[in-house]
Design a protein around this ligand. Structure first.
Ligand code: SAM
Length: 188
C-alpha cells in the first residue's frame, strides 16, 4: 500500500510539533511503515513499535526498515489495535482504515486496489479509530499523546469520544485541502 500525501503531512506535523524528549512510540496500523520509519529517522534515540494486523503489511514495513537501515530501532508486532502490545508510550500514532463499507462504490479503482483490511473499518468508518481512543489511555504515559489521521466528516464524533474519555489538550489540524484530518490529544 502506498502512503498518501495526508499521511506524509501527519509525519511532518509530528516531527515539527512534538514536545521532546520522546522515547517510546507505537504506530498502530503501520502498513508500509511510513509513520514509524519517518519518526524513527527523526528521533534516533526513540524506540518505535510498528503494529499491524496484516502479515503482508508487517513484511513490507520490515523490508522498508531494512532498506532505510532502521531495523535496529523499530520492532514489529502482529496485533489487532493494541491488544498484544505491552508497555507504555509517549506517543501513540495511527492512520487506521477509516472508510465506511457503505462508501465502497465511491472509491476509485486505484484506492480499491489496496487490501480491504487497509481501507474499511465498518459501517460508520470510524469504528477502529474510536476503539483505539478507548484503548489508548491504558498504554499512554501520563501526558502522552494520541495522534490520529481520520476521514472526512469524522472529526466531530471522534473529538466527542476523546472528550468523553477525559483526554486533554485536544486539537485538530486540517490537511492541505482544508479537511479536518488530524486529531491530537494528551492523556493524564
Ligand atoms: C490506511 S492503512 C495505513 C497504513 C500506514 N499507516 C499509512 O499511513 O500509510 C491502515 C493499516 O491498518 C491496518 N489495520 C487494519 N485493521 C487493523 C487493526 N484492527 N489493528 C491493527 N492494524 C490494522 C491495515 O492492515 C493497514 O496496514
Amino acid at each position: 500500500m502506498v502512503p498518501r500525501p495526508e499521511t506524509e503531512e501527519l509525519v511532518e506535523f509530528l516531527k515539527s510539533d512534538i514536545r521532546y524528549p520522546i522515547s517510546d512510540i507505537v504506530d498502530v496500523g503501520t502498513g508500509s511503515g511510513v509513520i514509524a520509519l519517518g519518526l524513527a529517522a527523526k528521533l534516533p534515540e526513540a524506540r518505535v513499535l510498528a503494529v499491524d494486523v496484516s502479515d503482508d503489511a508487517l513484511a513490507l514495513a520490515q523490508e522498508n526498515a531494512a532498506r532505510l537501515d532502521l531495523s535496529g530501532q523499530v520492532r514489529f508486532l502482529k496485533s489487532r489495535l493494541l491488544e498484544n502490545v505491552d508497555g507504555i508510550f509517549d506517543l501513540i500514532v495511527a492512520n487506521l482504515p477509516y472508510i465506511s463499507t457503505q462508501d465502497r462504490h465511491t472509491l476509485s479503482r486505484e484506492v480499491l486496489s489496496d487490501p480491504e483490511v487497509a481501507l474499511f473499518a465498518g459501517t460508520r468508518g470510524d469504528e477502529l479509530v474510536r476503539e483505539l481512543v478507548s484503548q489508548a489511555p491504558s498504554r499512554l504515559r501520563p501526558g502522552g499523546m494520541l495522534a490520529l489521521e481520520i476521514g472526512l466528516g469524522q472529526s466531530e464524533a471522534i473529538l466527542s469520544a476523546l472528550a468523553e474519555k477525559n483526554y486533554r489538550d485536544i486539537c485538530s489540524k486540517n490537511d492541505y485541502n482544508g479537511v479536518t484530518r488530524f486529531l491530537f490529544a494528551r492523556y493524564g
